[in-house]
Ligand binder design. Structure first.
Ligand SMILES: *Cc1c(COP(=O)(O)O)cnc(C)c1O
Length: 426
């Protein structure tokens, strides 16, 4: 592989062009394994950023892709419809919370977030109210496009760089009570205060339910989410839940909002929607929100990307949801969770470890000091696993099909990294 070309000409995510970190050449992937050019097989602990929940090269998903590409890989969605979109959306309406029944298909997670925010703005515009603000939580992550970034944690997403261009929204303190801890109603105080103060200008609350992902891998108490729903109802503000990372079983429930037994007004899904095969996302809302939006001045929702409802992506998405419907993910995520709950506390004995936490098929080790990316990445590859930490967070979200031994290999590799000083910046 021409790695020199890669190094000199290709931008990788959050990577410097001046001092690029090593990129590992992958030539294939099968089940939970990534295959490097030199033949090494790595156990994947990342599911390619939350997406490949059923593993790589899954026969059912491959078949769906082959069947569809021989019919048509793309056709415009304006004035045209097709079975892959219909089948996918039928399943989405069926599987998502019962109040949600209007599906807007989009290209990526960030775009689904943009779409959900636009829906909320158009909703209030149609009702003749000016509500230009969103209320969200610190330590959140909603994507890298501008509106998505504007509701992402201001420090993590460097709002200062874009000041004057980025819309300024309202941030409440992130939940402090952990998922497994005893609930304390005071955790909601700041959120309640912010909503009380600003509700007349707030179009919607947007947040990640139960797990704050890329903003800090924080796992919080379901009562917080319950309280948010109650307060949104009380103040007449829409609730957008971003389940792009948590959706489709990752937290042990099909959707994380089920932990709190609540329903959003708008739900964003993405990442695992196609089982990690290609990019596709959706913003799904209620009949009430959709009808209000379309009853307004514009007469429709003002959005329509070129590749909306791409048949190839929809076909694979529908096939992935068929696998979800078979239900194996429930026992699989339960077992992974049990293993994390047994194994992760053992890592607390290492000096570098500040906290460990887990939920469903998510396991997190937070360290006191930042990892040395280049070194720890090389260490993991040497150990035969693919785990990509950031900052002080070493985390796992393995494919649901991972065996006990494969998950153990991930945990053991982390334990081994924790004992090697060169893996950290000291
Ligand atoms: C990844 C992610 C996004 C953005 O999705 P992209 O497909 O990367 O644009 C938005 N919200 C959450 C919670 C995510 O984890």
């Amino acid at each position: 592989m021409d790695l020199d070309f890669d190094k000199n000409h290709i931008w990788h995510p959050y990577t410097s062009t001046i001092k690029p970190l090593t990129c590992y050449p992958v030539v294939g992937a099968q089940g939970v394994h990534l295959e490097l050019e030199n033949g090494t097989k790595l156990i994947d602990g990342m599911s390619s950023w939350w997406s490949t929940i059923h593993g790589y090269n899954h026969p059912h998903l491959n078949q769906a892709a082959h069947d569809q590409i021989d019919k048509m890989s793309h056709v415009m969605f304006g004035g045209i419809t097709h079975n892959p979109a219909i089948e996918l959306c039928q399943k989405l309406v069926e599987l998502t919370p019962s109040n949600l029944d209007k599906v807007f298909l989009a290209d990526s997670g960030s775009v689904a977030v943009e779409v959900s925010l636009k829906m909320a703005l158009q909703y209030w515009h149609a009702k003749g109210e000016r509500r230009p603000k969103f209320l969200t939580l610190r330590d959140g992550y909603h994507g890298d496009t501008f509106a998505a970034m504007s509701v992402t944690d201001p420090n993590n997403s460097m709002h200062s760089l874009y000041k004057g261009f980025l819309p300024e929204h309202i941030f409440a303190n992130s939940p402090q009570v952990g998922f497994w801890d005893e609930w304390n109603e005071a955790d909601l105080d700041d959120f309640k205060l912010k909503l009380e103060t600003h509700h007349q200008e707030v179009a919607a609350v947007i947040m990640e339910p139960i797990v704050q992902g890329a903003g800090g891998m924080r796992i919080y108490h379901p009562e917080f989410l319950k309280g948010v729903r109650r307060l949104c109802d009380e103040y007449g503000v829409l609730l957008i839940l971003d389940e792009i990372a948590t959706g489709f079983g990752r937290t042990g429930k099909l959707f994380a909002c089920e932990h709190a037994d609540i329903q959003p007004d708008i739900l964003c899904v993405g990442k695992a929607l196609t089982g990690g095969y290609m990019t596709l996302s959706a913003a799904i809302t209620t009949k009430h929100v959709a009808d209000t939006v379309c009853g307004g001045e514009a007469g429709c929702f003002m959005h329509g990307p070129t590749f909306m409802g791409n048949p190839l992506a929809c076909a694979v998405g529908a096939a992935s949801l068929e696998l979800i419907e078979q239900g194996d993910w429930q026992a699989q995520t339960k077992e992974i969770e049990a293993q994390f709950s047994k194994e992760l506390p053992k890592l607390l004995k290492y000096n570098h470890v500040k906290d460990v936490r887990w939920l469903g098929a998510i396991g997190v080790v937070e360290t006191h000091i930042s990892v040395n990316m280049e070194e720890i990445q090389a260490h993991f590859v040497e150990q035969g696993v693919w785990i990509r930490p950031f900052g002080k967070l070493i985390y796992m979200m393995p494919p649901f099909i991972s065996t006990h031994e494969e998950v153990q290999a991930l945990v053991d590799a982390i334990a081994s990294a924790l004992q090697n000083e060169y893996c950290f910046h000291i």
